[in-house]
Design a protein around this ligand. Structure first.
Ligand code: TYD
Length: 426
């Protein structure tokens, strides 16, 4: 890699932050008695110092601009800072940069305290060697000053990356190369005119400029588990949405099934007409579907740096075939060894729900498939097998969530636990 110290602007470069910024600017203007504006008219607030924007966009004088900043922060500190999403591909880029030994910093015109909260909430923190922004009282801090501080602290061969001319100029004033990114709030023309060393239209192009042919980090593999009726589909959707907000390119798959061939195996397994299917045959069919899914979908997506979310994986076989069908854990693990290959989940979400509760939930929904027609004792054994599996000492990947709470409570607990695991992965 040509550059070893990577300085990122925050808004418009790592995060899409217009909602929080424009709504807070609107709030401040309304408080100051400037009416008739809409949040969309404040897009140009993203990037330059607020002090300048309040004067330029609504014609305030310096004193009014100071007061407007106080109002702006009143809303931003509570709501605005979290009205943010990470550009797709950023987590994967940060992981690859770290894998190759780069130093990473955020260089932002946002007050450092806000930037730190954002870096924590959106998962940047574990990758950062520095986060540099002005303190709350320094409303005029220039990008050049911020870049100078970062370079002095981190050394190396630096490059400043940003979406506005301010970022490019801030780099140039320090003799630092710059990459202008066009997916944020500036235009290609603005960045070229400012004299950016490189231009990247997309996060993928940015990754190519920074990483060249250096090896890329693998994605993350998440699985979801629980007895039928535990609310897995709803929570899976919440998890996917959360990962996307964190900037992960998400690949969803399920078991049994996944690609076209594995889906055919799924039909065979779940067909209510196949009452004579032998238990061992069933276990092999789940493993066959898994072998196909792992090779056709999961491993390629991980190699592309994606977050793969798989609805059920080998733990389901241990619980259902090992416990429910009483084939035993050892047999099921042995059957699955070649199928799973090196696709070990990084994080497994286990939605814990006792079988009686899950059953009453299930009966109120759709037509049962062959597995769902099993007797209560089957689900009791399945549940016990899950519990025994996750009580094992080698299950650090598992986060257990009480699935009996409300949908929102379960989502909140799941997301907090997944975030913690994601941070620890690096
Ligand atoms: P599905 O409709 O996907 O159930 P759910 O929505 O609850 O995930 O059907 C999958 C069924 O297959 C479910 O009853 C669990 C069972 N199963 C096994 O018995 N073994 C396995 O290895 C897998 C992946 C699923």
């Amino acid at each position: 890699m040509k550059y070893t110290t990577i300085l990122f602007d925050l808004d418009g470069t790592l995060t899409r932050s217009e909602k929080g910024i424009t709504r807070s600017a609107l709030y401040a203007c309304e408080k100051m008695g400037y009416s008739g504006y809409t949040a969309e008219q404040f897009m140009s607030f993203i990037g330059p110092p607020l002090f300048e924007s309040f004067q330029r966009v609504v014609g305030m004088n310096e004193e009014q601009a100071h007061q407007a900043i106080a109002y702006y922060r009143e809303r931003f500190s509570v709501l605005g800072w979290a009205e943010n999403e990470v550009y797709t591909g950023i987590p994967s880029l940060l992981r690859s940069l770290k894998k190759n030994g780069a130093k990473i910093a955020i260089c932002t015109a946002k007050p450092q305290a806000f930037a730190e909260k954002i870096a924590k909430k959106f998962g940047f923190e574990p990758y950062l060697d520095a986060l540099i922004g002005p303190d709350m009282s320094n409303t005029h801090a220039s990008k050049a000053w911020i870049v100078r501080k970062a370079v002095a602290q981190l050394g190396g061969v630096p490059v400043m990356i940003g979406d506005r001319c301010y970022d490019v100029e801030g780099g140039q004033e320090n003799g630092v190369d710059t990459i202008g990114v066009c997916y944020g709030y500036g235009t290609r023309e603005e960045l070229e005119t400012a004299g950016a060393t490189h231009i990247a239209e997309t996060v993928a192009e940015l990754s190519d400029i920074l990483l060249g042919d250096a090896p890329r980090a693998k994605g993350v593999f998440l699985t979801m588990e629980g007895v039928d009726g535990c609310g897995k589909t709803t929570q899976r959707n919440a998890l996917i949405e959360h990962l996307a907000q964190l900037g992960w390119d998400v690949q969803l798959t399920r078991e049994p099934g996944g690609d076209e061939i594995a889906e055919k195996i799924r039909e065979l397994i779940l067909d209510p007409a196949n009452t004579a299917m032998d238990d061992l045959t069933e276990a092999y069919l789940y493993a066959a579907s898994r072998a196909q899914n792992v090779r056709a979908k999961i491993l390629p997506a991980l190699a592309d740096g994606k977050a793969v979310v798989c609805d059920r994986f080998v733990d389901s076989s241990i619980a259902y075939q090992g416990g429910g069908r009483q084939l035993g854990t050892d047999t099921v693990e042995a059957i699955n060894r070649f199928a799973v290959d090196c696709a070990t989940p990084d994080i497994t979400v286990y939605l814990r729900m006792p079988p009686e509760k899950a059953l009453s939930r299930r009966l109120s929904t759709s037509e049962p498939d062959r597995l769902e027609r099993e007797k209560a004792s089957f689900f009791e054994r399945t549940y016990k097998a899950y519990e025994a599996l996750y009580a094992r000492g080698d299950m650090e990947r598992v986060v257990t969530v009480d699935a009996g709470l409300s949908i929102e409570e379960v989502s909140e607990a799941m997301i907090a636990a997944v975030d913690q695991k994601l941070h620890a992965l690096k």
